[in-house]
Design a protein. Structure first.
Length: 96
């Protein structure tokens, strides 16, 4: 099982603040993850190609073809404050 120092190191790398209960829980959970990885490493994967999906994904993405866009006046019709042919947004720090 991972010790306290290892868990705190991982937490620091992930920029997480853990209280004492979290440190114990994460030690158990991370240890379980590492146990599963050890089991996977025992498998004979010789000749098995790397995959990104467990099933073949065909035509998952369409070709990026230009299409006509929404006319500006239609897009801006529901805008609360259209400005100069675009959407008006408050300046950073402006009061709502």
């Amino acid at each position: 099982m991972l010790d306290r120092a290892q868990v705190l190191h991982v937490a620091r790398l992930a920029r997480l603040q853990l209280d004492e209960d979290d440190v114990e829980r994460m030690a158990r959970e991370l240890s379980h993850v590492l146990d599963h990885i050890e089991k996977i490493q025992e498998l004979d994967l010789e000749g098995v190609p790397p995959t990104s999906h467990v099933i073949d994904v065909v035509n998952a993405l369409r070709h990026d073809e230009p299409e006509p866009s929404l006319p500006a006046e239609v897009a801006l019709a529901a805008a609360p404050e259209p400005l100069e042919g675009g959407f008006g947004v408050p300046s950073p720090g402006a009061q709502a």
